[in-house]
Each structure stands twice: as C-alpha cells, then as structure tokens.
Design a protein around this ligand. Structure first.
Ligand code: GLP
Length: 261
C-alpha cells in the first residue's frame, strides 16, 4: 500500500483530487466508487472546482456509492442520497442515470443488493473506490466482524457508529440502525482503492488498519491485501503510524526517481 502523509486536510483533499483527475484523464468513462462522511467533502469540493475551472468532465463517469441508511427517503437531509447530490452531483455534469446509490427504501433488500452487485459487474467493475474509515475501523458500513468476503447486503450498525453519526441528526434516536453497504469483498474487487483519513481522532484506528493485522475486526485493514491501494492521511491521522518516517522517505524517493526518468 502506498501511504502518503500530507500536512493537513486541505492537502489531503487536493492530493486525492489529483488522483481522481489523473484516472479520469486515462479513462473518461471511469467507474468511480464514492463514500460519504465528512472526510471526502474536501475531495468533492476539489472535484467541483476542477469541473468548473479546469473543464474536467464527468459526463461519461458512472458512480456507485458505498452505502445508504435503510429507511431514509432520498430527500431526507441525512440520507446519503441527499448528501451526494448536495455535495457533489448537482455541481458537476454527471447524468442522473449514471449515478448509483443503494436504495434505502427497498422493500426487498436481498433482491436489491444482488441487483446492485450485478450493475457494478455490468459496468465492468469499479475502477477506483474512495473510502474513509469509521471510528471502529469500518469501511463502508462493514462493522467489525463482517466477513472479508462479504458482498452488498444489509448490516446492523454498531452502537458506536450510531453515536458517531448522530452528530448529523437532530436526535440520536433518529439514526437508523440498519444500512445497505457494499461488502468487503465487493470493495476489494475495485481495481484501485483511495483511502482518505484526517484528524487526531482517527490516528489510533488508522494505525490499526494500516499496520495492524488484517482482520475482520477492523475491516479497513483489507487495504493491506489490495494490490493497488493508496492511503492519503494528514499528519494528525498519521500520528500513530510506527513507520511514518519510512512512508515519507519512500514518497520522497519515488518523486526523485520520477524526475530522473
Ligand atoms: C460512515 C460511512 C463511512 C465513513 C465513516 C466515517 O460510517 N458509512 O463510509 O467512512 O462514516 O465518516 P467521517 O468521514 O465523517 O469520519
């Protein structure tokens, strides 16, 4: 895994934006997996800026979101549908029919989840999946204990996750207890994974995900077995990494090497 440590949130977002831009240049019909949460907001601002200022187009891109709360309508301000349209989709040129987000209102979750998997496959698979990390190490909503081979399905949210995410809701009781999430196995099949994390609150779990054992107890640790994963962390989130100095040194060497070509 490539570990890129940058100064702050702003730089994390810009570096992540550069990667997405580069992949879009290589493949304008990129199949892009997207995440919610506060962490990727800066990346989405950067994508909007690139669209407006640098004419980056999303006209041929297809997006698949990681997850959605079960039971929330798309126009509910706490739904991930609402989040994605407000913070990204309505500001770029992606056609509505190219946007896939799990349906939180499905009456037949099992059938829906299979359909979602089939659509990812029909699109040719995910090219690049953006992920963050939850306080308990979850990726998507794959709570500790999720099978590392899991596919898109309904997960019961951990109490800690409900508490963490209650900051977005009027009352903690309003936080749904279930979500549809891509499985760990689904995420692992993406050709590339872009992991972003910032802030001191994430440093301990980031260290477990990147340097701890690969375990279903910290589902983000699957990044370690992915052939092409990059972690972009700000200094605060990287603080507990034991090999922090090496990652920085390796990045410097890689830049020097690229220049010499
Ligand atoms: C939710 C999402 C995750 C996200 C996590 C962290 O649980 N399902 O995809 O990574 O929140 O959110 P934040 O970036 O706000 O810390």
């Amino acid at each position: 895994m490539r570990v890129l440590i940058v100064k702050n949130y702003d730089e994390m977002s810009k570096e992540a934006g550069k990667i997405v831009k580069n992949r879009l240049e290589q493949k304008p019909d990129l199949v892009l997996g997207l995440a919610t949460g506060s962490t990727p907001l800066g990346l989405y601002k950067e994508l909007i800026r690139m669209h407006k200022e640098d004419s980056v187009s999303f006209a041929k891109v297809r997006t698949f979101n990681l997850d959605e709360y079960l039971g929330l309508k798309p126009d509910n301000e706490q739904s991930y549908h609402y989040f994605m349209f407000e913070n990204l989709f309505k500001h770029i040129d992606i056609p509505r029919e190219n946007i896939y987000i799990p349906d939180g209102q499905t009456k037949d979750p099992e059938k829906f989840c299979q359909w979602y998997e089939d659509e990812i496959e029909k699109a040719g698979g995910l090219d690049l999946q953006v992920v963050g990390i939850g306080g308990d190490g979850h990726v998507g909503f794959n709570e500790p204990g999720s099978s590392l081979a899991s596919r898109t399905r309904v997960k019961t949210l951990d109490e800690g996750t409900i508490k963490d995410n209650s900051r977005f809701f009027a009352k903690p009781e309003d936080v749904p207890h279930f979500a549809i999430t891509m499985g760990v196995g689904t995420i692992l099949e993406s050709k590339e994974i872009l992991f972003v994390a910032n802030g001191a609150g994430k440093s301990a779990i980031v260290a477990r995900a990147i340097e701890g054992p690969v375990t279903s107890q910290v589902t983000a640790s699957i990044l370690q077995i992915h052939p092409k994963a990059v972690a972009i962390l700000d200094e605060a989130a990287a603080a507990d990494l034991q090999r922090k100095d090496y990652y920085k040194y390796a990045e410097e060497q890689a830049r020097r090497f690229e220049k010499s070509l």
